[in-house]
Ligand binder design. Structure first.
Ligand code: PEP
Ligand code: MN
Length: 339
Protein backbone atom coordinates (compact mmCIF):
# COMPACT_ATOMS: atom_id res chain seq x y z
CA UNK A 1 0.00 0.00 0.00
CA UNK A 2 1.23 3.50 -0.83
CA UNK A 3 0.07 6.36 1.33
CA UNK A 4 1.00 9.68 -0.17
CA UNK A 5 1.34 12.27 2.56
CA UNK A 6 0.61 15.97 2.38
CA UNK A 7 3.85 17.93 2.01
CA UNK A 8 3.07 20.00 5.09
CA UNK A 9 2.12 17.07 7.36
CA UNK A 10 3.19 17.51 10.98
CA UNK A 11 5.15 14.87 12.91
CA UNK A 12 2.17 14.36 15.21
CA UNK A 13 -0.19 13.71 12.29
CA UNK A 14 2.32 11.29 10.79
CA UNK A 15 2.63 9.37 14.05
CA UNK A 16 -1.14 8.93 14.21
CA UNK A 17 -1.17 7.48 10.70
CA UNK A 18 1.77 5.14 11.33
CA UNK A 19 0.25 3.86 14.58
CA UNK A 20 -3.08 3.16 12.95
CA UNK A 21 -1.48 1.40 9.96
CA UNK A 22 0.76 -0.71 12.24
CA UNK A 23 -2.32 -1.74 14.25
CA UNK A 24 -3.84 -3.08 11.04
CA UNK A 25 -0.84 -5.43 10.79
CA UNK A 26 1.23 -3.41 8.30
CA UNK A 27 4.93 -2.49 8.55
CA UNK A 28 5.63 1.04 7.38
CA UNK A 29 8.64 2.67 5.71
CA UNK A 30 8.82 6.37 5.12
CA UNK A 31 10.02 7.58 1.72
CA UNK A 32 10.87 11.19 0.94
CA UNK A 33 11.84 11.96 -2.63
CA UNK A 34 12.71 15.18 -4.42
CA UNK A 35 9.01 15.47 -5.31
CA UNK A 36 6.88 13.95 -2.56
CA UNK A 37 6.50 12.19 0.74
CA UNK A 38 5.12 8.65 1.09
CA UNK A 39 4.52 5.87 3.58
CA UNK A 40 4.93 2.40 2.16
CA UNK A 41 2.92 -0.13 4.12
CA UNK A 42 3.61 -3.83 3.68
CA UNK A 43 1.22 -6.42 5.05
CA UNK A 44 -1.47 -8.87 4.13
CA UNK A 45 -4.52 -8.08 6.22
CA UNK A 46 -7.67 -7.13 4.38
CA UNK A 47 -9.31 -3.94 5.59
CA UNK A 48 -11.47 -1.13 4.37
CA UNK A 49 -9.28 1.77 3.18
CA UNK A 50 -11.82 4.18 4.63
CA UNK A 51 -10.55 3.20 8.09
CA UNK A 52 -7.46 5.30 7.47
CA UNK A 53 -8.38 7.42 4.44
CA UNK A 54 -9.97 10.14 6.57
CA UNK A 55 -6.84 10.80 8.67
CA UNK A 56 -5.38 14.29 8.44
CA UNK A 57 -2.18 14.54 6.44
CA UNK A 58 -3.05 11.89 3.84
CA UNK A 59 -3.23 13.03 0.23
CA UNK A 60 -3.89 9.72 -1.44
CA UNK A 61 -3.91 5.96 -0.73
CA UNK A 62 -3.45 3.08 -3.14
CA UNK A 63 -3.30 -0.62 -2.66
CA UNK A 64 -0.40 -2.05 -4.66
CA UNK A 65 0.16 -5.73 -4.11
CA UNK A 66 3.20 -6.03 -6.42
CA UNK A 67 6.59 -6.41 -4.70
CA UNK A 68 7.56 -3.14 -6.37
CA UNK A 69 5.21 -0.34 -5.47
CA UNK A 70 6.39 3.21 -6.12
CA UNK A 71 7.45 2.35 -9.67
CA UNK A 72 4.15 0.59 -10.35
CA UNK A 73 1.58 1.95 -12.72
CA UNK A 74 -1.14 0.60 -10.46
CA UNK A 75 -0.43 3.58 -8.31
CA UNK A 76 0.83 6.34 -10.58
CA UNK A 77 -1.30 6.24 -13.66
CA UNK A 78 0.39 9.13 -15.45
CA UNK A 79 3.78 8.63 -17.09
CA UNK A 80 6.96 9.91 -15.51
CA UNK A 81 8.79 12.71 -17.24
CA UNK A 82 12.51 12.94 -16.58
CA UNK A 83 13.47 16.58 -16.96
CA UNK A 84 17.19 16.90 -17.60
CA UNK A 85 17.11 20.66 -18.06
CA UNK A 86 17.72 22.88 -21.09
CA UNK A 87 14.70 21.38 -22.81
CA UNK A 88 15.95 17.78 -22.70
CA UNK A 89 13.40 15.26 -21.43
CA UNK A 90 13.05 11.52 -21.36
CA UNK A 91 9.42 10.48 -21.29
CA UNK A 92 6.73 8.64 -23.14
CA UNK A 93 5.76 11.37 -25.54
CA UNK A 94 8.90 11.81 -27.59
CA UNK A 95 11.62 9.51 -28.87
CA UNK A 96 14.92 9.90 -27.03
CA UNK A 97 18.07 8.95 -28.86
CA UNK A 98 21.24 8.47 -26.84
CA UNK A 99 24.32 7.84 -28.95
CA UNK A 100 28.06 7.75 -28.57
CA UNK A 101 30.97 5.38 -28.24
CA UNK A 102 31.08 2.40 -25.95
CA UNK A 103 34.12 3.98 -24.27
CA UNK A 104 35.32 7.54 -24.22
CA UNK A 105 38.79 7.33 -25.76
CA UNK A 106 40.14 10.85 -26.29
CA UNK A 107 39.20 14.55 -26.28
CA UNK A 108 39.27 14.53 -30.10
CA UNK A 109 36.79 11.69 -30.16
CA UNK A 110 34.46 13.62 -27.85
CA UNK A 111 34.61 16.61 -30.22
CA UNK A 112 33.88 14.44 -33.23
CA UNK A 113 30.98 12.72 -31.50
CA UNK A 114 29.47 16.00 -30.35
CA UNK A 115 29.65 17.38 -33.90
CA UNK A 116 27.96 14.22 -35.18
CA UNK A 117 25.22 14.42 -32.54
CA UNK A 118 24.59 18.11 -33.17
CA UNK A 119 24.32 17.52 -36.90
CA UNK A 120 21.64 14.95 -36.14
CA UNK A 121 19.76 16.90 -33.51
CA UNK A 122 20.66 14.58 -30.64
CA UNK A 123 21.04 15.98 -27.13
CA UNK A 124 22.21 12.91 -25.19
CA UNK A 125 25.69 11.42 -25.48
CA UNK A 126 26.71 8.06 -24.07
CA UNK A 127 30.26 6.98 -23.30
CA UNK A 128 31.83 4.90 -20.58
CA UNK A 129 34.83 6.12 -18.63
CA UNK A 130 34.70 3.27 -16.12
CA UNK A 131 34.25 0.12 -18.16
CA UNK A 132 33.16 -3.25 -16.84
CA UNK A 133 35.15 -5.72 -18.97
CA UNK A 134 35.09 -9.49 -18.84
CA UNK A 135 38.88 -9.55 -19.18
CA UNK A 136 41.06 -7.55 -16.79
CA UNK A 137 43.48 -7.00 -19.68
CA UNK A 138 40.91 -5.23 -21.88
CA UNK A 139 40.60 -1.42 -22.06
CA UNK A 140 38.92 -0.33 -18.83
CA UNK A 141 38.21 3.33 -19.54
CA UNK A 142 39.93 6.66 -19.09
CA UNK A 143 38.42 7.32 -15.66
CA UNK A 144 37.42 10.44 -13.80
CA UNK A 145 39.81 12.82 -15.56
CA UNK A 146 38.30 11.72 -18.87
CA UNK A 147 34.81 12.25 -17.50
CA UNK A 148 35.66 15.84 -16.59
CA UNK A 149 36.66 16.58 -20.18
CA UNK A 150 33.63 14.69 -21.54
CA UNK A 151 31.36 16.70 -19.29
CA UNK A 152 32.94 20.07 -20.01
CA UNK A 153 32.67 19.59 -23.76
CA UNK A 154 29.09 18.33 -23.57
CA UNK A 155 28.00 21.18 -21.32
CA UNK A 156 29.42 23.69 -23.77
CA UNK A 157 27.42 22.02 -26.55
CA UNK A 158 24.14 21.66 -24.62
CA UNK A 159 24.44 17.88 -24.65
CA UNK A 160 23.69 15.64 -21.66
CA UNK A 161 26.20 13.11 -20.34
CA UNK A 162 25.18 9.46 -19.95
CA UNK A 163 27.85 7.29 -18.37
CA UNK A 164 28.20 4.18 -16.28
CA UNK A 165 28.93 4.20 -12.55
CA UNK A 166 30.37 0.95 -11.29
CA UNK A 167 30.67 1.37 -7.56
CA UNK A 168 29.35 3.33 -4.59
CA UNK A 169 32.52 5.39 -4.09
CA UNK A 170 32.27 6.76 -7.64
CA UNK A 171 28.82 8.30 -7.19
CA UNK A 172 30.08 11.33 -5.32
CA UNK A 173 33.19 11.94 -7.42
CA UNK A 174 31.26 11.62 -10.68
CA UNK A 175 28.17 13.48 -9.50
CA UNK A 176 28.82 16.96 -10.86
CA UNK A 177 29.86 15.72 -14.29
CA UNK A 178 26.99 13.37 -15.08
CA UNK A 179 23.39 13.90 -16.19
CA UNK A 180 22.31 10.26 -16.31
CA UNK A 181 24.07 7.62 -14.24
CA UNK A 182 23.97 4.31 -16.07
CA UNK A 183 23.89 1.15 -13.97
CA UNK A 184 25.27 -1.64 -16.11
CA UNK A 185 23.91 -5.12 -16.49
CA UNK A 186 26.56 -6.56 -14.19
CA UNK A 187 25.49 -4.22 -11.39
CA UNK A 188 21.76 -4.68 -11.85
CA UNK A 189 21.41 -6.09 -8.35
CA UNK A 190 24.16 -4.18 -6.61
CA UNK A 191 21.80 -3.01 -3.92
CA UNK A 192 24.36 -0.80 -2.20
CA UNK A 193 24.90 1.08 -5.46
CA UNK A 194 21.15 1.36 -6.04
CA UNK A 195 20.68 2.70 -2.51
CA UNK A 196 23.35 5.32 -3.11
CA UNK A 197 21.85 6.42 -6.43
CA UNK A 198 18.55 6.81 -4.65
CA UNK A 199 20.06 9.52 -2.48
CA UNK A 200 21.02 11.88 -5.29
CA UNK A 201 19.02 14.16 -7.55
CA UNK A 202 20.35 12.94 -10.91
CA UNK A 203 18.63 10.63 -13.36
CA UNK A 204 19.53 6.94 -13.21
CA UNK A 205 19.26 4.52 -16.13
CA UNK A 206 18.96 0.95 -14.93
CA UNK A 207 20.00 -1.73 -17.35
CA UNK A 208 18.37 -5.09 -16.99
CA UNK A 209 20.62 -7.76 -15.53
CA UNK A 210 21.68 -10.25 -18.21
CA UNK A 211 20.08 -12.97 -16.15
CA UNK A 212 17.50 -10.75 -14.51
CA UNK A 213 13.74 -10.98 -14.77
CA UNK A 214 11.46 -8.08 -15.57
CA UNK A 215 10.31 -8.12 -11.97
CA UNK A 216 13.90 -7.92 -10.74
CA UNK A 217 14.49 -4.87 -12.94
CA UNK A 218 11.42 -3.22 -11.46
CA UNK A 219 12.58 -4.07 -7.96
CA UNK A 220 15.96 -2.51 -8.71
CA UNK A 221 14.07 0.62 -9.72
CA UNK A 222 12.12 0.41 -6.47
CA UNK A 223 15.42 0.53 -4.57
CA UNK A 224 16.32 3.82 -6.22
CA UNK A 225 12.85 5.34 -5.81
CA UNK A 226 12.43 4.24 -2.20
CA UNK A 227 15.73 5.87 -1.32
CA UNK A 228 14.39 9.17 -2.59
CA UNK A 229 15.12 9.48 -6.28
CA UNK A 230 12.17 9.36 -8.68
CA UNK A 231 14.24 10.07 -11.82
CA UNK A 232 14.57 6.54 -13.17
CA UNK A 233 14.80 5.18 -16.71
CA UNK A 234 14.50 1.45 -17.42
CA UNK A 235 16.69 -0.13 -20.08
CA UNK A 236 16.24 -3.45 -21.85
CA UNK A 237 19.64 -4.54 -23.17
CA UNK A 238 19.26 -8.23 -23.77
CA UNK A 239 19.56 -11.29 -21.62
CA UNK A 240 21.76 -14.34 -21.81
CA UNK A 241 20.07 -17.39 -23.28
CA UNK A 242 21.23 -20.67 -24.87
CA UNK A 243 21.54 -18.91 -28.26
CA UNK A 244 25.11 -18.35 -29.46
CA UNK A 245 24.47 -16.82 -32.90
CA UNK A 246 24.55 -13.32 -31.41
CA UNK A 247 25.74 -11.67 -28.21
CA UNK A 248 22.50 -11.42 -26.20
CA UNK A 249 18.82 -12.09 -26.76
CA UNK A 250 17.19 -8.68 -26.96
CA UNK A 251 13.95 -9.25 -25.11
CA UNK A 252 11.53 -6.90 -26.81
CA UNK A 253 8.68 -8.67 -25.03
CA UNK A 254 9.88 -6.80 -21.99
CA UNK A 255 9.08 -3.40 -23.49
CA UNK A 256 5.27 -3.45 -23.56
CA UNK A 257 5.25 -5.39 -20.30
CA UNK A 258 7.46 -2.85 -18.52
CA UNK A 259 5.33 -0.04 -19.90
CA UNK A 260 2.18 -1.64 -18.66
CA UNK A 261 3.60 -2.41 -15.23
CA UNK A 262 5.45 0.84 -14.62
CA UNK A 263 5.09 4.54 -15.25
CA UNK A 264 8.84 4.93 -15.94
CA UNK A 265 10.24 5.54 -19.43
CA UNK A 266 11.69 2.49 -21.18
CA UNK A 267 14.80 2.66 -23.34
CA UNK A 268 16.22 -0.14 -25.48
CA UNK A 269 19.90 -0.82 -26.19
CA UNK A 270 20.08 -2.76 -29.46
CA UNK A 271 23.89 -2.51 -29.58
CA UNK A 272 24.42 -4.77 -26.58
CA UNK A 273 21.09 -6.46 -27.23
CA UNK A 274 22.21 -8.13 -30.43
CA UNK A 275 25.91 -7.33 -30.41
CA UNK A 276 26.38 -7.39 -34.19
CA UNK A 277 26.58 -4.16 -36.17
CA UNK A 278 24.42 -5.26 -39.09
CA UNK A 279 21.47 -6.05 -36.87
CA UNK A 280 21.57 -3.00 -34.64
CA UNK A 281 19.33 -0.88 -36.86
CA UNK A 282 16.63 -3.51 -37.50
CA UNK A 283 16.47 -4.32 -33.80
CA UNK A 284 16.35 -0.62 -32.92
CA UNK A 285 13.41 -0.14 -35.28
CA UNK A 286 11.71 -3.21 -33.85
CA UNK A 287 12.28 -1.78 -30.37
CA UNK A 288 10.48 1.41 -31.35
CA UNK A 289 7.57 -0.60 -32.72
CA UNK A 290 7.45 -2.55 -29.46
CA UNK A 291 6.90 0.77 -27.66
CA UNK A 292 10.37 1.88 -26.60
CA UNK A 293 10.54 5.52 -25.54
CA UNK A 294 14.16 5.75 -26.55
CA UNK A 295 17.16 4.01 -28.01
CA UNK A 296 20.72 4.01 -26.72
CA UNK A 297 23.24 3.01 -29.32
CA UNK A 298 26.96 2.83 -29.83
CA UNK A 299 28.47 4.98 -32.56
CA UNK A 300 32.14 5.66 -33.27
CA UNK A 301 34.15 7.66 -35.79
CA UNK A 302 35.82 4.43 -36.86
CA UNK A 303 34.22 1.35 -35.27
CA UNK A 304 36.97 -0.95 -36.59
CA UNK A 305 39.41 0.89 -34.33
CA UNK A 306 37.17 1.27 -31.27
CA UNK A 307 38.78 0.27 -27.99
CA UNK A 308 35.66 -1.63 -26.95
CA UNK A 309 32.57 -3.11 -28.61
CA UNK A 310 33.53 -2.10 -32.17
CA UNK A 311 31.75 -5.17 -33.56
CA UNK A 312 28.38 -3.76 -32.51
CA UNK A 313 29.09 -0.09 -33.22
CA UNK A 314 27.81 1.97 -36.15
CA UNK A 315 29.87 4.56 -37.98
CA UNK A 316 28.48 8.09 -38.31
CA UNK A 317 27.11 7.49 -41.77
CA UNK A 318 25.25 4.32 -40.77
CA UNK A 319 24.05 5.98 -37.59
CA UNK A 320 22.62 8.97 -39.46
CA UNK A 321 20.42 6.72 -41.59
CA UNK A 322 19.34 4.85 -38.48
CA UNK A 323 18.33 8.04 -36.63
CA UNK A 324 16.16 9.06 -39.57
CA UNK A 325 14.52 5.65 -39.76
CA UNK A 326 14.03 5.59 -36.00
CA UNK A 327 12.23 8.91 -36.15
CA UNK A 328 10.07 7.77 -39.04
CA UNK A 329 9.24 4.55 -37.23
CA UNK A 330 8.37 6.41 -34.05
CA UNK A 331 6.00 8.67 -35.98
CA UNK A 332 4.37 5.61 -37.52
CA UNK A 333 4.02 3.94 -34.14
CA UNK A 334 2.49 7.10 -32.69
CA UNK A 335 -0.01 7.25 -35.53
CA UNK A 336 -1.39 3.93 -34.27
CA UNK A 337 -2.53 5.95 -31.30
CA UNK A 338 -2.27 4.02 -28.09
CA UNK A 339 -1.44 0.63 -29.64
C1 PEP B 1 27.74 -0.30 -22.08
O1 PEP B 1 26.71 0.39 -22.18
O2 PEP B 1 28.79 -0.07 -22.72
C2 PEP B 1 27.66 -1.53 -21.25
C3 PEP B 1 28.76 -2.08 -20.74
O3 PEP B 1 26.41 -1.98 -21.12
P1 PEP B 1 25.83 -3.31 -20.40
O4 PEP B 1 25.98 -3.08 -18.94
O5 PEP B 1 24.42 -3.36 -20.88
O6 PEP B 1 26.64 -4.47 -20.90
MN1 MN C 1 29.57 -1.28 -24.90
Amino acid sequence: MIIQLQQDISDAQKSVIIEKVNKLGYQTSEVTTQFAHYLIAVGKAEFDLRRIGHLTGIKDIHRVSDPYKLVSKKWRVYDTDIDLGEGVHINRSELSIIAGPCSIESPEQIDQTIAHLKANNIRLMRGGVFKPRSSPYAFRGIGLEGLKIFSEKCRAAGIKVVTEVMQVSQVEEMHDYVDIFQVGTRNAQNFNLLDELGKIDKAVMLKRGFSGTIEELLQAAEYVFSNGNEKIILCERGIRTFETAYRNTLDLNAVPILKEKSHLPVIVDPSHGVGLRNYVEPMALAAVMSGADGIIMEVHQCPEKALSDGQQTLNYHEAKTSYERLRQTYALKKSFNGV
